[in-house]
Design a binder for this molecule. Structure first.
Ligand code: ADQ
Length: 520
């Protein structure tokens, strides 16, 4: 392993993420939509290496990402693994748990076993891909793969490895409900850097380590977790962003102008309120619809002068809660239109249940007078960053309503912040936002767009890769120092891998020295 590089700019990246970012579309193999893919696409363009991920059951995948040299490393999963690891443990246990348990997480032993087994497969395939590219940085993503950092470390000691969590980390009290909590923490601490969107999530993680690994002789020192073998795991706050230049470009393309013309005709004489989300119960879509309903109830004049359009990408419809959500959303849309459509007038609520291209989304962003981003909890939320970028590129005076429970709220103080749990309050916040002057709104959009441009996804990537390389270099220096002056096991003050500190009186009977591997 090359321990002398101090930044990660020239090194290839082996990304390890649940899904490979391709699907077969109208024009052959295409990149898939979604927050993670949106974020990682530019990484792979600037740091070509490999992408290890589940093939989603698709056969005949291309050997590389479309239009790039990035090698695809597909992992096939059985139907039972998909059911138990993906729909079960990832999406019905971890997803709700990490989102503050706003839906009750389900705990099933069989799902945990599948999660552990599938993580082992990912760890092995990632290690093999890294064997082929020994200079690469391993970058593991998200809650589906939290055991993988430690599995990579066991197979390739000294491998620079980063982990990024795209969702929130809840308070220690909520995380502590997970029956397999120590194993998850141990898996993550195999990385050199564990990174989060906000200081709050990072603090929650550090406090979870203190609370749940107290008996394992770990110590939290500042932002780092120091393990019994002396290795320090750095934690970082790294708010993810978008490719702002690309969205700026979409905003002014001739195709977008054309789409805007058609949409402007469709929503003629109406103020357009927009929602754009994956159809997920964390996104606050129901609360948003109820707030719009209250707005229409309170202001009969608005029934013919505003339109609310919800665009929802189908998501996880193999999980019960997501199917129920779709039905509930559709019932609300039908009920509101049934109540508040005026004779001879268009319906006040429009609903699209489909994925759109970025360019098509840009046209909606450009036309919308307000974007309602109202998650009950959201790790970051990229949609609001896309909106302010497109609005600004077209000199727009749209207004962003942004839930205070998104990671993005920390970064975008100029938005009209709202509490989506307070539905009536939300309906008044919408009224307030629509009443702001065009100048005020334009200035807010410009300030937010400038922030998104300055802290775009490329900066996020390069900062993260530099951080991982720096942390891994510090660890390899520590190992080299120890090799030069070996500790006296059991007697010396210094720690070295495999030896417990004398003060801690380890090892104990029945317990292996050194940092534990995830329990099976
Ligand atoms: P997501 O929960 O998927 O991501 P988000 O950050 O909003 O949420 O990203 C959604 C992405 O999908 C956006 O880029 C958006 O343009 C795209 N999208 C939305 N609706 C679409 C549609 N109808 N058609 C096509 N594309 C659509 C997770 C976390 C977030 C975190 C991201 C990145 O839940 O909190 O911001 O990862 O870390």
């Amino acid at each position: 392993m090359n321990g002398t590089l101090i930044d990660g700019q020239d090194r290839p990246v082996v990304a390890v993420a649940n899904r490979l970012p391709v699907h077969h579309g109208d024009n052959g193999w295409e990149l898939s939509p979604g927050g993670l893919v949106t974020a990682l696409r530019p990484v792979m363009a600037t740091h070509p290496g490999a992408w290890v991920g589940w093939d989603g059951g698709t056969k005949g995948l291309p050997p590389t990402l479309p239009d790039s040299g990035v090698r695809l490393v597909p992992i096939g999963l059985s139907a039972a693994q998909v059911r138990n690891y993906y729909h079960g443990f990832a999406n019905a246990t971890l997803w709700p748990l990490l989102h503050n348990a706003i839906e009750k997480p389900r705990f099933e032993q069989a799902w945990w076993y599948a999660y552990r087994d599938v993580n082992t497969i990912f760890g092995e395939r990632a290690a093999a891909a890294l064997d082929d590219q020994p200079d690469a940085i391993a970058w593991v993503h998200d809650y589906q793969l939290m055991l993988v950092p430690q599995l990579i470390r066991e197979r390739r000691g000294g491998q620079p490895t980063g982990f990024f969590l795209h969702v929130p980390w809840p308070s220690p009290g909520i995380f502590a409900r997970l029956p397999w909590r120590e194993q998850i923490l141990t898996g993550l601490l195999g990385a050199d850097v564990v990174a989060f969107h906000t200081d709050e999530y990072r603090g929650n993680f550090l406090r979870s380590c203190v609370r749940l690994l107290r008996d394992d002789d770990i110590e939290v020192r500042g932002d780092s977790v120091v393990l019994p073998d002396g290795r320090a795991v750095t934690t970082a706050t790294a708010p993810i962003s978008i490719d702002a230049a690309e969205f700026t470009q979409h905003a002014v393309e001739p195709e977008t102008d054309n789409d805007i013309r058609l949409l402007a005709e469709q929503f003629r004489d109406r103020t357009l309120l927009l929602g754009v989300d994956r159809l997920d119960y964390t996104k606050g879509i129901i609360e948003r619809l109820l707030a719009v309903e209250m707005l229409l109830e309170r202001n009969p004049g608005l029934r013919t002068s505003i339109s609310f359009l919800q665009i929802a990408v189908p998501s996880r419809d193999d999980v019960r809660e997501y199917r129920q959500l779709r039905t509930t959303v559709e019932q609300h849309v039908g009920r509101i239109n049934g109540l508040y459509t005026e004779p001879g007038s268009d319906v006040p609520v429009h609903y699209l249940y489909r994925g759109l291209s970025q360019q098509q989304l840009a046209a909606y962003y450009a036309l919308a007078d307000a974007l309602l981003v109202t998650p009950l909890i959201d790790g970051m939320n990229l949609v609001c960053k896309e909106y302010v970028t497109v609005q600004n590129a077209r000199g727009g005076s749209g207004v962003l309503l942004l839930s205070e429970f998104t990671g993005a709220a920390d970064e975008l103080p100029q938005a009209v912040h709202c509490n989506p749990f307070d539905v009536e309050g939300l309906s008044y916040r919408i009224e307030y936002a629509l009443g702001l002057t065009a100048d005020t709104r334009r200035a807010a959009i410009a300030a937010m767009a400038a922030h998104v441009r300055d802290y775009d996804v490329y900066r996020w990537v390069s900062d993260q890769l530099a951080e991982i390389t720096k942390a891994a270099t510090a660890v390899s220096r520590l190992s080299a120092d120890r090799a030069a002056s070996p500790c006296t096991a059991g007697g010396g003050g210094a720690l070295c891998p495999g030896h417990w500190p004398a003060a801690a009186g380890r090892p104990q009977p029945g317990r292996a020295p050194g940092w534990r591997t995830p329990r099976r």
